[in-house]
Design a protein around this ligand. Structure first.
Ligand SMILES: Cc1ncc(COP(=O)(O)O)c(C=O)c1O
Length: 403
């Protein structure tokens, strides 16, 4: 019989927080407002759910299966389903509990203790944690003044020391930029280490990096079903890489890292690819409308190959007032203003038509109210936006956090 745990008093002289390594303790825990809101535009989620029949297809097999037996060790069937859909051998596909898990596993497997891991900022916050967790050093290069990714600077870094792994996000969260195949190939040609390409927003992007896989066996492409596939709740990610590399990673990953229900849900979603692709096209079409709406109201936006848009407040407008005004209208966006180069910026998911109208209405109302204007800039409305020029930022441990 299960007994209730005996009560014990903690020893006062011992701080258990100190059990964790100091470089990890100094990280900021990921925080997100999870309170209900009408328009949730802060996590790059799709403004749709999967069609009901797609959901229903998994319910009967889920109930029928014995829950007491383990699932497939490596989700081999799903690996081949994904491989077939991607034109890549199933042996070169690895599945995980979200692409985050696969990035973690790979960084750990390919990085030596104390080694530098290359990257750029601002980008997805997880990368710094992954490097530090694995006793490596993040060397993340800052953006250019126009926020484009510093590809030439990365090339030079690689030429200096080509054996450092590189994590690159393209299209990049939170800027939305996708680097060209040619620019990526120039890095690959110079590298003697794996290039981990986080391609979470691939479906919204018109650059296809897959042809590089066959030419560069050290390229790994990380994908997720959380975004375009509307499957974030099920936590399914995958990586496309050389089968020889995947064979080694399988030795390192935890067994049964994908549960049976997620496998089933993923197969059901992948079978509905035509419906999903239609919805992706709708989001891409709406992205242009969101962008024009923001630009028309005076916000600067950046070209996006994703399902979100990075926007910067006009100089005279206070970001805090904008965020508060949107929140008051039950519209939640992501404040990214503390990331390198992103002062005055927020990130907003491409929502549906109702969300677009509500956001336009809330922003229009705000911009007509004097309290929206930054106190120090009401008089001087032409102050330059505070971007961070590459030359002014030491690259070593800069981190831009975007989730
Ligand atoms: C760039 C990027 N990579 C990876 C992820 C994580 O995806 P998953 O849900 O598969 O862990 C996200 C989630 O927001 C992301 O923005």
């Amino acid at each position: 019989m299960m007994q209730p745990a005996a009560k014990c008093e903690p020893a006062m002289s011992f701080d258990p927080a100190n059990c964790v390594r100091p470089e990890l303790r100094q990280l900021q825990a990921y925080e997100l407002d999870r309170s209900p809101c009408r328009f949730k535009l802060d996590q790059n989620e799709m403004p749709f759910d999967l069609p009901r029949p797609v959901k229903q297809r998994i319910l009967a097999p889920l109930a029928a299966r014995s829950w007491g037996t383990y699932p497939d060790f490596n989700s081999d069937h799903l690996r081949h389903v994904i491989g077939d859909s991607q034109g890549w051998p199933g042996e070169g596909v690895l599945l995980g509990n979200g692409s985050g898990e696969l990035l973690a596993l790979t960084v750990e497997a390919v990085t030596r203790v104390g080694q530098e891991v290359l990257g750029t900022v601002p980008s997805f916050s997880l990368y710094k944690l992954l490097a530090l967790r694995t006793h490596a050093q993040p060397r993340f290069l800052p953006p250019r003044a126009d926020l484009t990714m510093p590809m030439a600077e990365l090339e030079r870094e690689i030429e200096l020391e080509p054996t450092r792994p590189l994590i690159l996000c393209s299209p990049n969260n939170p800027t939305g930029e996708a680097v060209s195949v040619e620019a990526l190939e120039r890095l690959l040609e110079r590298m003697a280490a794996p290039l981990l390409l986080d391609n979470a927003y691939d479906e919204f992007c018109d650059v296809d990096y897959r042809p590089l896989l066959a030419r560069h066996r050290h390229l790994m492409i990380f994908r997720t079903l959380s975004k375009a596939w509307t499957m974030a709740a099920w936590r399914v990610g995958y990586v496309l890489a050389d089968p020889a590399l995947v064979t080694e990673l399988i030795k390192v990953k935890l067994p049964y890292n994908l549960n049976f229900a997620s496998e089933l849900a993923a197969e059901s979603a992948l079978a509905a690819s035509a419906a999903v692709q239609r919805r992706v096209r709708v989001v891409i079409g709406r992205r242009a409308q969101w962008q024009s709406m923001l630009e028309d109201l005076g916000f600067e936006t950046f070209p996006s190959q994703t399902n979100f848009i990075l926007a910067r407040c006009p100089d005279r407008v206070s970001l805090d007032a904008v965020l508060e005004g949107l929140e008051a209208a039950s519209i939640r966006v992501r404040d990214v203003s503390s990331y390198p180069g992103l002062a005055g910026c927020f990130r907003i998911s491409v929502g549906n038509g109702v969300a677009l109208r509500a956001t336009r209405g809330a922003l229009t109302e705000m911009l007509s109210s004097p309290s929206t204007f930054a106190a120090s800039t009401v008089a001087a409305s032409t102050v330059a936006p505070s971007t961070v020029a590459p030359s002014t930022v030491a690259p070593s441990t800069l981190v831009g956090a975007a989730r």
